[in-house]
Ligand binder design. Structure first.
Ligand code: ZN
Length: 232
């Protein structure tokens, strides 16, 4: 297992793009993995190429390693959610939005670990967040810590699952991007990442999207908090 190499779960969204920059700042070599599970906002998979292209023209280029795109059709096939079906986004009785794809992060991280095992990558980075999450139980800190234990036992490995955004809200995530890569990185994330669940690319101050789905609302709120914060 290589101590200086990492694998980042990179979906093409704001959070995972910020995590990718965080990893490039720390590790000598950083590979990325993305998943095609039949998501309605499949445009995010195209956008991830745009962001990697932007990175390739920065001083981080030398650290940016291979990209892996995995097809997980089976997950889409068994998921009755508004992320994978053409149904309206709403809350269920328990307060969980029907954008929740059960087990998604557990499955993503397990496949990421299987790839990391083969590639000899010890560090796995994911953008899950408990502070500003959408109620998804698999984004919680305890879920990730438990999964790290399970993966290490099950694969006889010593993976470290890193969650740099776990206790940051969306405004603080923009601040982290600014600290890592200045205004240029903030602008690259604004333009070359995608959050909208509906796959809408209508230009907005904070990026692109429909402006009304939960992912757009969260991203817009974070951008407002970030731009309203005092500089210096
Ligand atoms: Zn939207």
């Amino acid at each position: 297992m290589n101590e200086t190499r990492a694998l980042v779960l990179f979906s093409g969204g704001q959070d995972s793009a910020t995590c990718l920059a965080w990893a490039l700042d720390r590790f000598d070599r950083v590979e990325t993995i993305g998943f095609d599970y039949g998501q309605r906002h499949r445009v995010e998979l195209d956008i991830r190429g745009d962001f990697r292209t932007w990175l390739a023209a920065t001083p981080w280029a030398a650290r940016l390693g291979a990209d892996h795109l995995l097809k997980l059709d089976a997950l889409g096939a068994i998921s009755e959610t508004s992320l994978t079906r053409d149904v309206a986004i709403e809350m269920d009785a328990g307060g969980l939005p029907n954008t929740f794809v059960p087990g998604r992060n557990l499955i993503f991280l397990t496949f990421a670990a299987a790839l990391a095992f083969r590639r000899g990558l010890r560090h796995i980075v994911t953008g899950v967040c408990e502070t500003d999450y959408s109620g998804y139980p698999d984004c919680r800190d305890d879920t990730i810590k438990a999964l790290q234990v399970a993966l290490n036992l099950g694969m006889e490995a010593r993976f470290v699952l890193h969650t740099p955004l776990m206790w940051r809200d969306k405004g603080a995530t923009w601040q982290l991007a600014e600290r890592l890569g200045g205004a240029a990185l903030v602008e690259a994330i604004r333009l070359h990442t995608h959050s909208c669940y509906l796959g809408d690319r209508t230009p907005r101050d904070w990026g692109a999207g429909c402006g009304t789905c939960p992912a757009c609302e969260l991203r817009a709120r974070g951008w407002q908090a970030y731009t309203a914060a005092p500089r210096g």
